[in-house]
Design a protein around this ligand. Structure first.
Ligand code: HEC
Ligand code: HEC
Length: 242
């Protein structure tokens, strides 16, 4: 833990020099959301903490620090994270002017690989928001290949399975269960870009049966996924035509 805190403080020094360009540099691979404007008196110091390297499947834990930069009491009324795979909890919600608290961030690294970046967003009692980033590097864990865990199960299902229900158009299915990993514009995020894929048969095959790992599972009903044959057909046809 001491190491992680040391890293955090080191980053504080780095972040203190050019905060604006650090922000710009970090936001380019963010979720497909619009540019985020921080307007809260709750200020993350620093606004980026690197957890370091963990093995896939291990929980990654990091700590963010947040300060009340206003001149009145501030209350943290909501804490959100970019993916439901991370949970962030402040040690204290009510902050005196100038007061600090720590926020513990726990990232479930199942199905992650390589570099991951998650944001944590706070809302204060006036509805204003601030954001910080947690980065980590996930190393492969061969033991997970045989695991029965899936992004379609348990608490992951709410966002990675359920949103496909009832959707019939390729573009809508894509937005519901693919865009989070392949980018709103299909240009790639945690998964590769799909922009150059025009082979409908190949697309159908990968969507239905997956790419052979938990990172890109098969989405067909028979593989435990959320998509029926019609939906897979519509999605593959739409992707191939883009
Ligand atoms: C509240 C909705 C929600 C829930 C619940 C959720 N996710 Fe996600 N997930 C997202 C969104 C949105 C993204 C894209 C933004 C991002 O990467 O943070 C994402 C991205 C991902 C990615 C690719 C990005 C990366 O970090 O490698 C993986 C893998 C993933 N989720 C796994 C999971 C697992 C495993 C669970 C269950 C423990 C889960 N998710 C639960 C919404 C959710
Ligand atoms: C949790 C993240 C995640 C989700 C959700 C996801 N993918 Fe993937 N996808 C990946 C990753 C990562 C790869 C790279 C292969 C691997 O690592 O197993 C991949 C690979 C692919 C490939 C092969 C690309 C290539 O160049 O080899 C296709 C096609 C694809 N995905 C389509 C889709 C479609 C369509 C959806 C929605 C039904 C989808 N993916 C949902 C993460 C995801």
């Amino acid at each position: 833990m001491a190491m992680k805190q040391a890293t955090a403080w080191l980053l504080l020094l780095v972040a203190a020099v050019p905060p604006a360009c650090k922000q710009a540099q970090l936001s380019h691979t963010l979720s497909p959301k619009q540019a985020f404007v921080a307007d809260s008196v709750l200020v993350f110091e620093p606004d980026h903490v690197d957890i370091g390297t963990v093995k896939e499947g291990e929980k990654a834990v990091g700590f963010l620090r947040v300060r009340n930069a206003g001149d009145a009491m501030a209350n943290i009324t909501a804490v959100q994270t970019s993916c439901g795979c991370s949970v962030a909890e402040p040690e204290q919600r009510l902050l005196m002017p100038g007061g600090f608290t720590r926020i513990k961030v726990v990232v479930d690294t199942f199905a992650k690989q390589g570099d991951a970046k998650k944001w944590v967003e706070l809302t204060d009692d006036a509805g204003r928001r601030s954001r910080a980033w947690v980065t980590l590097h996930v190393d492969p864990n061969p033991h997970l290949d045989a695991s029965s865990r899936s992004i379609f199960k348990g608490k992951c299902a709410r966002c990675h399975f359920a949103p496909a229900a009832g959707r019939v158009k390729g573009a809508a299915i894509y937005r519901a269960v693919c865009a989070m990993c392949h980018g709103a514009d299909r240009g790639g995020a945690a998964g590769p870009s799909l922009q150059a894929h025009h082979d409908q048969a190949m697309l159908t095959h990968v969507i239905a049966d997956g790419a052979g790992s938990q990172h890109m599972p098969g989405f067909s009903l028979r593989r435990g996924g959320p998509l029926n044959d019609r939906q897979i057909h519509a999605l593959a046809q739409w992707l191939a035509s883009q």
